[in-house]
Design a protein around this ligand. Structure first.
Ligand code: ASP
Length: 344
């Protein structure tokens, strides 16, 4: 009898807890997170003026997406418009200001995923598309394919009436200098036959990929990522950003994720999907899933970077194993967070 009473008490307590959780679940019926890349971003290397520029543009971009969501717009539109703002800013490694390949021009990668339908689209190695994330969305909506590459991607974007630019539009002085720096590291290593310290080598490149994840009032999640990839990349190298499951993933059952960092590691660990899978199959909380993938899986292999993620209840993760990641979050109450350094 005593046992029956105890068991009933536990069941009742359990029900109450569930109700409490349910209440917590509807606290944020929409929300948005953006990133502008993870890497060796240190306060000591940043002037106040430049830091302010980053914080301002992150704020503008997250607010633009938030406004769309607040007015009942879709997570897809919020992701696209926020990313467009970051792509148009020369500060980030996407669209204008993308890093340069070994031949001195930008090759652009982007992908988008819709968490409701699990539809997705991507472009890789595009050379002319002003806003690659918009092209990725068009691939999803208006082609029977998921990923288009190179000249084909540019041609498809032209047919979709998206804006195309000459190679010069994307090139900035800062990226030209970065390219020279990375090339000289490679040359020194060739001359001295010293193996490149790849960790230092990649860390010496300024990352700056952009991404956005959003939950809209209709309960739909979406994720997008857009990048120029890695400085001095050769042989039409493609990173994780245009790869669904690695750089971008969204599923209404779990979460939406956008990755940034040393792409090869995010491909090998299928990072974005892994976060969603940990939540779907193992009931992980979003922050725990993001931490496990970034620190335990990617970190242990020697990779570095970060992710942003939002779940179907508006809980978020902004996880990195680098000293910084440009990032911003707004919840349904309009509370805004803009951060750069890891320990802020
Ligand atoms: N993940 C991107 C790539 O490997 C680069 C970055 O996020 O900075 O292409």
């Amino acid at each position: 009898m005593k046992n029956i009473i105890l068991i009933s008490a536990f069941i009742l307590l359990g029900c109450n807890e569930n109700k409490l959780n349910l209440k917590k679940e509807i606290t944020h019926d929409f929300g948005i997170v953006i990133h502008g890349g993870a890497g060796t971003i240190l306060k000591k290397n940043m002037s106040d003026e430049i830091e302010l520029k980053y914080r301002n543009i992150l704020e503008v971009a997250v607010k633009a997406g938030h406004e769309i969501l607040k007015n009942g717009g879709t997570s897809q539109l919020a992701v696209e418009k926020s990313i467009n703002i970051l792509e148009d800013s020369p500060l980030f490694n996407s669209g204008k200001g993308a890093v340069l390949n070994s031949k001195g021009y930008a090759e652009l990668d982007a992908s988008f995923m819709d968490g409701k339908s699990l539809n997705a689209g991507a472009v890789s190695g595009a050379k002319k598309i002003k806003n690659p994330i918009s092209a990725a969305i068009k691939v999803m909506e208006n082609s029977p394919h998921v990923m288009l590459s190179g000249n084909g991607a540019d041609e498809f974007a032209r047919q979709q009436n998206l804006e195309l630019m000459n190679a010069d539009y994307f090139i900035t002085e800062r990226r030209k200098k970065n390219l020279e720096k990375v090339k000289s590291i490679e040359n020194i290593s060739k001359k001295t036959s010293n193996k490149i310290n790849y960790d230092e080598f990649y860390k010496s490149q300024l990352y700056g990929t952009v991404g956005c994840v959003a939950l809209d009032k209709h309960g739909n999640l979406a994720a997008g990522t857009s990048t120029g990839g890695m400085t001095n990349k050769k042989w039409n190298r493609i990173g994780d950003a245009p790869i669904i499951g690695a750089g971008t993933y969204a599923n209404n059952l779990t979460c939406a994720v956008s990755s940034t960092g040393w792409g090869e590691f995010f491909i090998r660990t299928v990072a974005a999907f892994d976060i969603a899978a940990l939540m779907e199959y193992k009931n992980y909380k979003i922050e725990d899933a993001a931490s496990l993938v970034i620190n335990d899986k990617i970190g242990k292999l020697g990779g570095n970077g970060g992710v942003i993620a939002i779940d179907k209840k508006g809980n978020i993760a902004m996880e990195m194993n680098t000293p910084g990641m440009y990032r911003a979050h707004m919840n349904s109450e309009g509370k805004i967070l803009v951060k750069i350094y890891k320990d802020e």
